[in-house]
Structure formats: C-alpha cells, structure tokens
Write a protein that binds this ligand. Structure first.
Ligand SMILES: NC(=O)c1ccc[n+]([C@@H]2O[C@H](COP(=O)([O-])OP(=O)(O)OC[C@H]3O[C@@H](n4cnc5c(N)ncnc54)[C@H](O)[C@@H]3O)[C@@H](O)[C@H]2O)c1
Length: 365
C-alpha cells in the first residue's frame, strides 16, 4: 500500500473536531495521517492534537502549514471570511485542498476563488458531506434510474438549531454577523441543500426568494426560495435558524410521475430522525429500513457496516484521499460549490429586488 496522505488542518474549532475524528479513523485504515495543524488559539490546537493522537507540527499561522514539506494536502476549516487568503496560498503551493463551505462570505470572492482554483489546477474538494449520506444517495439512484418516472417537483425544509437572539453554547458568534459570515440560514447552513438540489435535479436556472431577519441578527434567519431547474423540475426550499433543539436537520419530499419519496436526515450517522418513505400508485407504502440501507451502502463501499463511523465527514475525507491517491478529480469540487453559491446569490438578489433572478446572470454564464 502507498504511504498515507499527510494532512494539515488550518482552523481547529468546532467542526475541525469532526474532521479530526474522521482523519483518526482513516489513519487506522492507513490511508491518511493528520500530521499538522494551524490555529492562533493554542487551546484549539491542543484539542485537535488530542483527537488526532498527537501532531508532528503545530503552527499559529496557516501560511507556515501550507509551506511545510511534511504536509501533502491542506484541509481548510477556518471561519468563512479567512478562506480566500488561505485558498490563494494553497493554489500557489500546488497542494491538494479540502475546504469547508461556504467558500466565502460574498459572491464576488466566491467567483475569485473558483477562478483561482481552476487556473491553478489543484485538486479541490468542498465540504458538502450530505452527498455521502446513504438516504440521499438512495434518492439520487431513484432519480437517475427513472424507476418512478421523471421528477416533477419537490419541497425541502432545512433548519438548524440556532437559538433565537443568541448563539449555540460552545459555538463561536461569527455566524450571526453578516460582515463575517456573509449570510445566515441560507448561506451558512442551507448551501448544503443548494448543493444537494443541483446534484439531484441538475442545474438551477431561476430563483425567486423572500428572506427575513426576525430575531435581530444581521444575517437572515428565515428564507423561502422557489427554484426552477434546467430540466423543468420546480421546487421550494425553506430554511430557518430556529431555537428548538433536537429536530431533524432536513425533510425533503419529491414528487415523481409515478411515485413520491419522503425523507428526513440528520448530520450524524444513524440518527434516530433518519427516515425514508417510498410510495407508488396502487401499492402499499414502503417504509425503508434505514439501518439496513446504511449497512448495505457502507458494505458496498468496502466499509465494515458495524463499525461506528459517526460523521459523514469520514466518507468525505475517504473520498478525498482516494481521489488524491488515484490522481482523479475529487467531488464535490469547486464548480459544484460555485453552482450552490450561485443559487444562494440569486436568492439574495431576488429577496432584495422582489423579482425572479436568472442564475446564469448571477454566474456570468
Ligand atoms: N460542513 C459542515 O457541515 C460545516 C459545519 C460547521 C461549520 N462549517 C464551516 O467550517 C468553517 C469553520 O466553522 P467552525 O464552526 O468550526 O468555526 P469555529 O469558530 O468553531 O472555529 C474556527 C477556528 O479557526 C481558527 N482561526 C480563525 N482564524 C484563523 C486563521 N486565520 N488561521 C487559522 N485558524 C484560524 C479559530 O481560532 C477557531 O479555532 C466555516 O467556514 C463553517 O461555515 C461546515
């Protein structure tokens, strides 16, 4: 077997802990080793070092990590506003990059990042881990197989626990500030859903949206979008930062020519909220055993279905390491992220003007 891919993390906060746990599991597989991390906060570095089982190199400045010869690939997990400068440096270094979403707080910087990554030719994966969820993968196979006919439309509700007028205990506060985060429930959280919608139903062409700031943050806590796709599919996305803890993350209903699919998913592997219901005309509703679905999905990917793999970041990092070692393009990539950002930007422009917005106009295509 070839040498493990040596990762360096820039940013060691809340979600870096999930990335580090994923890297630790992959280290046991021998495919990855987390060797370095950078964060101005020494305590944050210590937390990630503990999860990794020790680090060979710790830095306060991400530039030193990017330049470090012991680092083969960079994983970028800082607050969103710091992504641009680090990504441009990684592009100059030629090293592969796994970056968290969103790419940047504003769409002009997103475009700059996409252009720089494409021009540099570096392999780049973006942290849309929902694509690796077995329930979402099953839905995609129903869409692509046409087993239920063509998709007609969908409704997607996507919310995140974010206390009204406060921040989640243990979280940092930058998400509530538009200057730092760029947007709220839609950009920071539901960009995952915008990516999923493009992955499931193809490119979006037009968006009509309304957004609200109910609880006094400078970012929106509520937004509703109507989205048209190039293949004619139409749907709604409603996204909300809400103060009720413990709800499932996402509920999606898809209407096909010959059936319907309803699913709920959460962030954690095997969440009790996970469900999948498939209904066909004249047949009893099929309530899919999601535990068996997950076991079969993992087994088909060569994973031990009984092993506790507790975040989908594990599957995302596994895909990244596999792509880098095979010299293939990792997915979802920077163009996928650009497509998701274009939906978000079209929604913000539509909410501001109260007019439908063409995604092609936003994307400059
Ligand atoms: N994929 C997902 O589901 C998901 C979930 C949560 C967060 N995120 C994204 O991950 C990123 C980080 O979010 P978080 O919740 O972990 O944030 P956080 O505030 O908890 O942690 C950020 C860390 O980065 C460090 N940092 C700040 N500036 C830095 C710099 N210039 N160089 C190195 N380190 C720096 C901070 O000290 C902190 O430790 C954001 O872009 C966020 O949108 C993605």
């Amino acid at each position: 077997m070839s040498e493990p891919l040596r990762l360096g993390f820039i940013g060691c906060g809340m979600i870096a802990a999930a990335h580090a746990a994923a890297a630790r599991l992959l280290q046991e597989d021998g495919s990855v080793r987390l060797v370095a991390a950078a964060d101005p906060d020494g305590a944050a570095l210590d937390r990630i070092a503990a999860i990794a089982g020790g680090l060979e190199h710790c830095f306060r400045d991400g530039s030193d990590l990017i330049a470090c010869d012991a680092v083969d690939a960079v994983v970028l997990i800082t607050p969103t506003r710091f992504h641009r400068d680090a990504i441009l440096e990684v592009c100059a270094s030629g090293k592969p990059l796994f970056t968290e979403k969103p790419l940047a707080p504003t769409f002009d910087v997103v475009t700059e990042i996409r252009d720089a990554v494409v021009a540099s030719g570096i392999p780049c994966q973006v942290g849309f881990q929902s694509r690796f969820h077995p329930i979402n993968r099953r839905l995609r196979s129903l869409v692509t197989s046409s087993e239920l006919g063509a998709v007609m439309g969908y409704t997607l509700r996507d919310d995140q626990y974010w206390p009204t007028g406060d921040v989640v205990a243990g979280h940092t506060s930058w998400r509530s500030d538009v200057a730092e985060a760029g947007g709220g429930a839609l950009l920071e959280h539901s960009i995952h859903s915008c990516d999923l919608l493009g992955w499931l139903f193809g490119p979006a062409t037009r968006v009509y949206a309304a957004a609200r700031r109910v609880f006094g943050y400078s970012v929106e806590d509520t937004a509703a979008l109507t989205i048209e796709h190039a293949n004619g599919v139409v749907g709604n996305l409603v996204t909300i930062f809400n103060g009720v803890e413990g709800r499932e993350e996402r509920r999606l209903e898809v209407f096909f020519e010959r059936g319907t699919v309803e699913l709920t998913t959460d962030f954690v592997v095997g969440a009790p909220e996970d469900s999948l219901l498939v209904q066909r005309p004249g047949m009893p509703a099929e309530r899919v055993d999601v535990t068996e679905l997950r076991r079969a999905d993992f087994a088909a990917q060569g994973l031990d279905p009984d092993r506790a793999i507790w975040v989908y970041q594990y599957l995302a990092h596994r895909a990244f390491a596999t792509a880098i070692r095979a010299a293939t393009a990792p997915e979802p990539g920077v163009d996928d992220a650009f497509g998701a950002h274009a939906i978000v930007e079209a929604a913000y422009r539509s909410a501001a003007t109260r007019l439908p917005v063409d995604v092609a106009t936003v994307a400059g295509t």
